[in-house]
Design a protein around this ligand. Structure first.
Ligand code: DC
Length: 231
């Protein structure tokens, strides 16, 4: 596959928490030499900042104001760090407090507007794999390939719990499962850009699939798009 051929390839990867988006997105981006943009991390960075400033998450005006003044920077090197006003928050944004606050923050229109603008700017750098909830429906509606990943709630909660355990977090499976159900509910029911598949998205159920199997499926779909020679 020639790099030239997919310099502008856009892959939108949406789906609920724990469906496997970020794991596969990173690998697919590496294999196809595309940028990887984790949009959830951007919303998390804003939630982290608002918590750090002691804001109440329900105070839309204050949280939106904080977001407006916060600089969020993604590092596209191998390390894939995320910076929030010069602070490396890569680890901090994964903590349970941020996970609980982030769906509230992500439902505020002004915050979405600002981050969507940043996400579209990221996509202008070149070919991209972008993961989130509204990439195929809103952020990159012209994406060449739109994939919506799903998995059973049990499997998704298990994956997230294992991930947190590996990162040394002391949290019960029950707590992770409850947080995830709550987050999915808020993400799906919000008015602005709710979590849903784009009309032209390919829906892939990842339950029981290994990461490599899923990556292979996505690479086949990407190859088909590239072969179409429309990019
Ligand atoms: O993918 P994640 O779990 O890191 O996402 C964190 C939160 O941000 C989650 O509640 C969904 C929300 N989000 C969103 O609303 N739109 C996106 N494009 C990405 C994430």
């Amino acid at each position: 596959m020639k790099k030239r051929q997919h310099q502008a390839l856009q892959i939108a990867l949406d789906g609920p928490a724990g469906a496997g988006k970020s794991t596969v997105a990173k690998i697919v981006a590496n294999r196809l030499q595309l940028f990887y943009v984790d949009t959830g991390a951007m919303y998390r960075a804003i939630a982290y900042k608002a918590l750090k400033k002691g804001a109440s998450m329900d105070d839309e005006a204050t949280v939106s104001q904080i977001a407006k003044r916060t600089e969020v920077v993604l590092d596209h090197s191998e390390a894939r760090r995320i910076w929030c006003d010069g602070e490396d928050v890569t680890q901090e944004i994964r903590c349970p407090e941020v996970s609980r606050a982030v769906p509230v923050v992500a439902a505020y229109p002004k915050i979405r507007e600002r981050l969507v603008e940043l996400q579209r700017m990221e996509a202008k750098r070149g070919g991209v794999v972008m993961d989130g909830r509204d990439i195929g429906t809103h952020v990159l509606p012209e994406a060449d390939l739109k994939i919506f990943l799903t998995a059973t709630p049990e499997e998704r909660a298990k994956r997230r719990w294992i991930e947190l355990k590996k990162a040394g977090k002391d949290i019960s499976f029950q707590e992770v499962a409850q947080d995830m159900i709550q987050r999915d509910r808020v993400d799906t029911e919000r008015e602005v850009s709710p979590l849903k598949p784009a009309k032209d998205a390919i829906i892939l159920d990842t339950t029981g699939l290994s990461v490599e199997e899923l990556v292979a499926k996505i690479l086949v779909l990407a190859e088909e798009v590239i072969k179409d020679d429309t990019i």
